[in-house]
Design a protein around this ligand. Structure first.
Ligand code: AMP
Length: 440
């Protein structure tokens, strides 16, 4: 069995890992850490929840801590981590601080939607590692407060979300400013064509690592679908939440307005809930997330984009109040529960118009979602409905991810199995969490 010590990590990092209570590396960590330490470019296919943040943070800290005694230079980081959302950038910053607490390296996070001045001051004081969202980084570069000439390691996290959110041009602009020799590490939940094109342009002879092809990650989550008429969904949701075992629940809607409505209605029923989506300010989003993490609210109602990258421990349930019209989003959504080897339950409320989307989802996960008829609003007509899918609205994939890169030889390492073991029969908390049981 591989343990962290055999991955060549420096002692101060092993101490931090021990402090965290991690007993062994997850499959993506087993497959990535040494490769990155050895200096290879890496293309990792892994979702949030597989331990991918540590998979790049630990070797990054290891490599940089070799620069013993080198002081941080104002406005010139040695490593750059790009993340698509503020939440994800914040979480990566937290992880770097946690894993790097025994090494003398500074890290900081910059993202938009908040005052730029404190970020400028911090950059002027100097940082070894900079975690950034693309837009704010470009602002800071344009104003002369961030130069990438000394970057040795460049991490692009959640490349697929980056493309979905239309950041392709920003990412390219940033990549152009990197020095001639640097190491690039890219992570993505999927290997869609656009991601591949981007990887071809950015990575040099990369090692490929992958865990859990998307379609199979769903296997460790107990899923069910409830067929319900549209006008009964709200009552059904309230009834489901009557179950006290549902301690921390992430509820998904397709639209921002829908998220607001559901949060408000739950509040009226005495269920503590808040909504999180793109129209909320950074402060509101952070506050809602903190309240959810601290258990001050029981339900967080989110849209797909807002929820990407959110890492909250112990989400016991995911409820799809509305089904996603992109099947990949179903996998992303339900992946918010059953994190790092814990069990989780995902319940989908499906009305007539969403029936065809459910079929798309079942094709993608290569399994049928068990039907729960044991509720007062079950509608057999919807269960049997075989009509066509309504039109897919907006969003989705397929934005231009033009790469311009020439094709490169690539190697493959660590084709892993699932990122988690069998259901543990225990709820998720820090002490009972298990990492993946199958080696990559
Ligand atoms: P990530 O995929 O980076 O979002 O990580 C998901 C969660 O797994 C985080 O809460 C980490 O703290 C946790 N985690 C990462 N690595 C391990 C490990 N080796 N053992 C147990 N938990 C881990």
């Amino acid at each position: 069995m591989t343990d962290f010590a055999s991955l060549k990590l420096a002692q101060p990092l092993l101490r931090a890992i021990k402090d965290e209570g991690y007993s062994k590396p997850t499959p993506i960590q087993q497959a990535s850490i040494e490769t990155i330490i050895e200096g290879h470019d890496l293309m990792g296919v892994a979702q949030t929840g597989t331990g991918k943040t540590a998979a790049f943070s630990l070797p990054l800290l290891h490599v940089l801590s070799d620069n013993e005694g080198r002081k941080a230079i104002p406005c010139q980081p040695l490593a750059l981590v790009l993340a698509p959302t503020r939440e994800l950038a914040g979480q990566i910053g937290d992880s770097l601080r946690l894993y790097g607490r025994h090494v003398p390296l500074r890290s900081m996070v910059v993202f938009g939607g908040v005052n730029i001045r404190p970020q400028i001051q911090a950059l002027k004081r100097g940082t070894h590692i900079l975690v950034a969202t693309p837009g704010r980084l470009i602002d800071l570069m344009n104003q002369g407060y961030c130069k990438l000439d000394r970057v040795k390691m460049f991490v692009l996290d959640e490349a697929d979300t980056m493309l979905d959110m239309g950041f392709i041009h920003d990412v390219r602009k940033i990549a152009e400013k990197l020095p001639g020799t640097h190491q690039t590490i890219m992570f993505s939940a999927t290997m869609a064509k656009t991601v591949k094109k981007l990887a071809d342009g950015l990575l040099d002879d990369p090692v490929h690592v992958a865990v859990a092809p998307e379609a199979t990650t769903a296997e460790k989550i107990e899923q069910r679908v409830m067929f319900v008429p549209r006008d009964k969904k709200r009552q059904l949701l309230t009834e489901i939440l009557g179950d006290e075992d549902i301690k921390r629940v992430l509820i998904f809607t397709r639209t921002k307005h829908g998220a607001n409505r559901v949060a408000k209605q739950l509040g009226q029923k005495g269920i503590r809930a808040e909504a999180i989506h793109g129209n909320k300010s950074q402060n509101q989003r952070q506050k809602a997330l903190n309240n959810f993490r601290a258990g001050r609210i029981r339900a967080l109602v989110a849209t797909d984009i807002a929820a990407r990258g959110i890492d909250v421990e112990g989400v016991t349930h995911v409820i799809n109040f509305e089904l996603p019209n992109e099947p990949e989003n179903y996998v992303h959504r339900i992946g918010r529960t059953a994190r790092a080897g814990c069990e989780g339950i995902a319940i989908s409320l499906c009305e007539k118009d969403e029936r065809a989307w459910l079929r798309d989802i079942e094709k993608t996960i290569r399994a049928s979602v068990p039907v729960d008829r044991d509720h007062p609003y079950h509608c057999e007509e919807i269960a049997r409905h075989t009509g066509p899918a309504p039109k897919r609205g907006g969003g989705g994939r397929g934005r231009n991810g033009g790469g311009g890169g020439h094709s490169r030889r690539s190697r493959t390492r660590g084709q892993g199995g699932e990122a988690s073991g069998k259901r543990s029969g225990r709820r998720c908390n820090r002490n009972t969490r298990r990492s993946g049981s199958r080696a990559a």
